[in-house]
Ligand binder design. Structure first.
Ligand code: CA
Length: 231
């Protein structure tokens, strides 16, 4: 079965070119031209991935994403953002986008990010059969249901925070460099600031560490981070 990709983009020319390129790559691409119809189609059908333009009439892309994520937290979403729209990117990631591509983009770059999204997600579902949870001390992560529980309390994470936590837990007690984390969690040769790792580690700490008396994530100055089983 070909993977189904929904393109939500009001510029019909861009949507048409994207759809041609994606079909050519063997995906089954379909388009919606407003935020409203995009959200309806996103929610009404099964998709393997959604490409979502941020600047949309009626309902902008961030709003579409916010509403979509209330019901669906697993289908990857890649945002198409304007070049210097840093708030859009941060906002989008906070609302559960898996990645973003800055317009104008090279189709090759977009294809690489799409493949990276699929790699990460396939990796997850394969692990369902082998072991369905990860555990470090009193922190438990269910790979199937994506539930995270510490000391009996359920913790809500965005999809990127979840991916980061999975990677840290799979490599517990090892020190991971920012570059390692970037390439595994962001899934491609990330061009730009490795600060994004520090930012996400901070988000994660706020949720899984700060409310508890024992901290599991450790900083190795100038090196990276480690999620450690207490000795
Ligand atoms: Ca647009």
């Amino acid at each position: 079965m070909n993977k189904r990709i929904l393109i939500i983009e009001d510029e019909e020319k861009i949507a048409r070119v994207l759809s041609l390129e994606l079909n050519h790559e063997g995906y089954q691409a379909e388009s919606a031209f407003t935020g409203k119809t995009g959200l309806e189609r996103a929610e009404g059908e099964e998709w393997d991935l959604i490409l979502l333009d941020v600047m949309l009439p009626e309902l902008n892309g961030i709003e579409v994403l916010r509403r979509y994520r209330k019901k669906n937290s697993s289908t990857p979403v890649i945002l198409l953002t304007a070049r210097d729209a840093v708030p859009d990117k941060v906002n989008g990631l906070d609302h559960g986008a898996n990645d973003y591509v800055t317009k104008p983009f090279e189709i090759e770059e977009l294809l690489a990010r799409i493949r990276a999204c699929f790699r990460i997600h396939t990796g997850k579902s394969q692990s369902d059969d082998k072991e369905d949870f990860l555990m470090v001390h009193d922190l438990r992560l269910e790979l199937g249901t994506r539930d995270i529980i510490r000391q009996g309390k359920r913790i809500e994470l965005t999809s990127r925070e979840f991916d980061l936590l999975v990677y840290l837990m799979q490599n517990k007690n090892q020190v991971l460099s920012r570059d390692q984390i970037l390439s595994h969690v962001w899934g491609y040769d990330f061009v730009g600031d490795t600060n994004v790792v520090d930012v996400y580690i901070r988000y994660l700490r706020k949720k899984i560490d700060y409310p508890y008396n024992l901290q599991l994530i450790h900083t190795y100055r100038g090196v990276g981070y480690s999620l450690k089983e207490p000795v």
